[in-house]
Design a protein around this ligand. Structure first.
Ligand code: CMP
Length: 137
């Protein structure tokens, strides 16, 4: 079944010039770009996007990082896109992520891990509405 998922190509990926590499991997898999924008997350959007993490110890440095510069927000679509994108992205901690995944190939961190991808249909719906309200029906 075709699904939509939200992908954030994080500020570390933009700074390192990995936007093309990451979008290319997702496109070559067969996923389609439905929307894409370069945007800097502000504190309010960070708190909304990461609502489930705001009370965690790792959140203040995560917020600092995610608001530190422009990121690319995109909606990708395709068959089982939510799980397919998460498989391509790999485990949260780049040091533990398998080679061949985006994080496994390019990240050595569990914070600066290059990509965020929605983890469930409910998260995808919520996150797409937050970043791309014009796509929500
Ligand atoms: P993301 O998929 O954007 O969702 C939550 C983010 O929090 C995660 O990627 C990491 O960037 C970050 N994160 C999760 N766990 C930790 C941790 N233990 N320490 C630091 N950052 C973390």
């Amino acid at each position: 079944m075709s699904e939509r998922t939200l992908v954030l190509i994080k500020p570390d990926a933009v700074r390192r010039g990995l936007v093309g590499e990451i979008t290319g991997r997702l496109e070559r898999k067969g996923l389609a770009i439905e929307a894409l924008v370069l945007r800097t997350m502000d504190a309010e959007l960070a708190d909304q996007h990461y609502a489930e993490h705001v009370d965690k110890a790792f959140y203040p440095p995560l917020k600092e990082f995610m608001t530190s510069g422009p990121l690319v927000a995109a909606v990708f679509s395709g068959d089982q896109a939510i799980d397919v994108v998460r498989a391509l992205v790999g485990k949260t901690d780049g040091r533990a992520a398998a080679a061949g995944t985006i994080r496994g190939d390019f990240s050595l961190s569990n914070r600066e891990n290059l990509v965020h991808a929605s983890d469930s249909p409910d998260s995808a719906k919520r996150e797409i509405a937050l970043w791309f309200p014009e796509l929500s029906v």
